[in-house]
Design a protein around this ligand. Structure first.
Ligand code: PRP
Ligand code: HPA
Length: 177
């Protein structure tokens, strides 16, 4: 039964997603030895954080998991241009390496804000990772450090990503018109 789903084109299947996360964990694991915190950018990055943490654990890497709830899109498909902190991290990151985990890197505002927020709290080093990177996302200094796949220039849903709160539970990444 498909319920009342709109037309969603699959851009990355569940199987391909898991393979990409494993490949990412292979690259990240050697960088994360020692005192690291992993910060889940709520809400959308939750499924990705969960699978990436498991992939890292299988490689013997166990960062301290925390969360930072940031909001800038609300129910719109375009960034409001402002990033709001809805809830802050709980554990100190002073002197620690910080891996910031997000689902999608689009205008880059959210990760730029998160990076500076955590550096201000005394992080020793910040690394950013996103599952999907949009084609127009910032390059150079403002780029995300690691991403799992290059997304098409379309609005994405699934695997944490929403359209006005819906479709976060889809096990694949899809695109809507
Ligand atoms: O690169 P940007 O243009 O900043 O977009 C990326 C951010 O947008 C979404 O967050 P949103 O504000 O929609 O909150 P959500 O995670 O609760 O969906 C997404 O989860 C990223 O955090
Ligand atoms: O393509 C997207 N889909 C869902 N949320 C988003 N936040 C930024 N870009 C997107």
């Amino acid at each position: 039964m498909s319920g009342d789903l709109p037309k969603i084109d699959v851009v990355l299947s569940e199987e391909d997603l898991m393979a990409k996360i494993d490949a990412l964990a292979d690259v990240l694991a050697p960088r994360l030895a020692g005192d690291w915190s992993a910060i889940n950018i709520l809400v959308g990055a939750t499924p990705f954080t969960s699978d990436l943490m498991k992939a890292l654990a299988r490689r013997g890497i166990h960062p301290v998991l925390d969360a930072l709830w940031l909001e800038s899109y609300r129910d719109e498909r375009e960034s409001s241009g402002r990033v709001l902190v809805r809830a802050d991290i709980v554990r100190s990151v002073r002197g620690r390496g910080v891996l910031i985990i997000d689902d999608v890197f689009d205008t880059g505002r959210t990760l730029a804000f998160a990076r500076s927020h955590l550096m201000t709290k005394g992080a020793r080093e910040v690394i950013t990772v996103a599952l999907a990177r949009k084609p127009w996302a910032p390059k150079g200094e403002g780029d995300v450090d690691y991403h799992a796949f290059d997304a098409p220039g379309r609005f994405l849903v699934g695997y944490g990503m929403d359209d006005a709160g819906k479709y976060r539970g889809l096990p694949y990444i899809g695109a809507l018109d």
